[in-house]
Design a protein around this ligand. Structure first.
Ligand SMILES: Nc1ncnc2c1ncn2[C@@H]1O[C@H](COP(=O)(O)OP(=O)(O)O)[C@@H](O)[C@H]1O
Ligand SMILES: [Mg+2]
Length: 374
C-alpha cells in the first residue's frame, strides 16, 4: 500500500444543517485509507436563512446567490481551519486538494433545454484563496452535461469502502434527501435517490416545536402514523419512477406537503411528524425490497442514522435484513458523505472519471469537477 495522499472533503447537504468536513488519506489509485480528523460546524442562523430563501426563486437572486456563495466559501474555510488545527494535523501545504460540495439551491438535470442544470453555491476561487489549498468543486455539472442526473455521486465511493468482500449490500444515506446504493460482487454499483430523508421532518418540527430536528425521533415516537395521509404522500409519482433518478428540495418542500395535508381531516401535529418519519422509512424500505432483495445488510449513514425511531421503523419494515449504522463497517455516519467528496477530489486531480453512468444515466464516465488551484 502506498503512503497515500491527504485530502479534505467538505459536505453541506439538503438538510442545511451546516458543514461536515474530514481530513483523510487516499491511495493514488483512489483506494480508501481512512479519516484522520472530522469536524462539523453548523451554519450561522442568518446564513441558513439566506440559503433557505434561495431554495425558491425571488427578487435579485443572482446578487443574493453570489454573496451566499462567498459566505459558504467562508464557512467551508472555517471547517478546513478546524481540521488543520487538530492535534497531529499536517500543514496545509501537504493537503493535495479539497473536494467541496457547495450548497444545492437548484437541481434540474435534463429539464428545460434538455440539458438542464444543477447549482451548488460555493465560491471555489474564494475557498482556494482563504485556504491556500487546491479546490475541486462543482462536481455534478459535468455529469449533467453528459446527460446524467449528476447524482448520486457516492455509489463508487461506497463500493470502495463497503464493497469487495463478496457480499451484496445496500447503503442508504439519510440526509435531507435519502439516496440508496446497491453493491453486488463483480458488478458496477447501482444507486438513486429514494425521496425525502430528514427534510420534511425537520421542517415540521421546526414549525411546531421550534427545534431544528427531532432528536432521536423522540417526538415522532409519541404520535401515530395516519394511514390516509401516508397513502397520499406515497402516491407521489417520483416514488414509482425507474432509476436513474434524483431529487431535492425542488420537489420535497413544504408546499409539496401542504396540499396533501389539506386533502384530509385535521391531524395533531405530532401525528403528522410520525407519518413523515414513516414516509421516509417506507420509501427507503420499498426501494430496498425492490432493488436490493439479495442484500445481506443495510448500512445507514447521514444524520437520519441518529434518529432512533427511523432506524427502528426501517428494521421493522425489513425483517431479516440487519439494519446497521456505517460505524459497524468502520466509517461513522456523519463522515461518509464528506469522505466521498474527498475521494471525488482525488479522482479529479488524478484525472480519473468518477461518476458511474449506470447510476446517473450519463452517456459515459467523465472526469468530474472544476479545479481552482491554490
Ligand atoms: N440526533 C439526531 N436525531 C435525529 N435526527 C438527527 C440527529 N442528528 C442529526 N439528525 C438529522 O440529520 C440531519 C443532518 O444530516 P446530514 O447527513 O448532515 O444531512 P445533509 O447531508 O442533508 O446535510 C439533521 O437535519 C437532522 O434531521
Ligand atoms: Mg449536513
Amino acid at each position: 500500500m502506498s503512503a497515500g495522499e491527504l485530502f479534505v472533503g467538505l459536505m453541506s447537504g439538503t438538510s442545511l444543517d451546516g458543514v461536515d468536513g474530514v481530513l483523510c488519506r487516499l491511495g493514488a489509485d483512489g483506494a480508501w485509507q481512512g479519516v484522520i480528523v472530522h469536524a462539523h460546524q453548523p451554519f450561522a442562523p442568518a446564513l441558513r436563512e439566506r440559503l433557505m430563501a434561495l431554495q425558491a426563486s425571488g427578487p435579485d437572486e443572482l446578487h443574493r446567490s453570489a454573496l451566499a456563495a462567498n459566505a459558504v466559501a467562508r464557512a467551508y474555510a472555517d471547517v478546513v481551519a478546524l481540521l488543520l488545527q487538530a492535534e497531529d494535523a499536517p500543514p496545509a501545504r501537504s493537503v493535495r486538494a479539497i473536494g467541496a460540495h457547495g450548497q444545492t439551491v437548484r437541481h434540474q438535470p435534463g429539464l428545460h433545454d434538455g440539458c438542464g442544470y444543477t447549482v451548488q453555491l460555493l465560491n471555489g476561487a474564494l475557498l482556494a484563496e482563504l485556504s491556500g489549498i487546491d479546490v475541486v468543486c462543482d462536481l455534478r455539472s459535468r455529469d449533467v452535461a453528459a446527460g446524467g442526473q449528476g447524482a448520486p455521486l457516492v455509489p463508487m465511493f461506497h463500493q470502495g469502502v463497503f464493497g469487495g468482500d463478496g457480499r451484496a449490500r445496500a447503503i442508504v444515506n439519510i440526509g435531507g434527501i435519502a439516496n440508496l446504493t446497491v453493491l453486488r460482487p463483480g458488478l458496477p454499483p447501482r444507486g438513486f435517490d429514494c425521496g425525502p430523508g430528514n427534510a420534511l421532518m425537520d421542517h415540521w418540527i421546526e414549525r411546531h416545536q421550534g427545534c431544528a430536528y427531532d432528536a432521536d425521533g423522540a417526538w415522532a415516537t409519541q404520535g401515530r402514523a395516519d394511514p390516509e395521509l401516508l397513502a397520499r404522500l406515497l402516491d407521489e409519482p417520483f416514488f414509482r419512477l425507474p432509476a436513474p433518478k434524483s431529487t431535492g428540495r425542488d420537489l420535497f418542500r413544504p408546499d409539496w406537503l401542504q396540499p396533501r395535508l389539506a386533502a384530509g381531516g385535521p391531524l395533531a401535529p405530532v401525528d403528522v411528524q410520525t407519518t413523515l418519519c414513516e414516509l421516509t422509512a417506507r420509501a427507503i424500505a420499498d426501494d430496498v425490497r425492490r432493488e436490493a432483495a439479495d442484500a445481506t445488510e443495510l448500512l445507514v449513514c447521514g444524520g437520519g442514522a441518529l434518529n432512533g425511531r427511523l432506524m427502528q421503523r426501517l428494521q421493522a419494515l425489513l425483517p431479516g435484513l440487519p439494519v446497521r449504522p456505517t460505524d459497524a463497517r468502520g466509517l461513522p455516519v456523519m463522515q461518509v458523505e464528506a469522505a466521498a467528496f474527498a475521494w471525488l477530489a482525488s479522482m479529479q486531480v488524478h484525472r480519473r472519471p468518477a461518476g458511474e453512468p449506470a447510476v446517473t444515466g450519463a452517456r459515459g464516465p467523465r472526469i468530474l469537477g472544476a479545479l481552482h488551484p491554490a
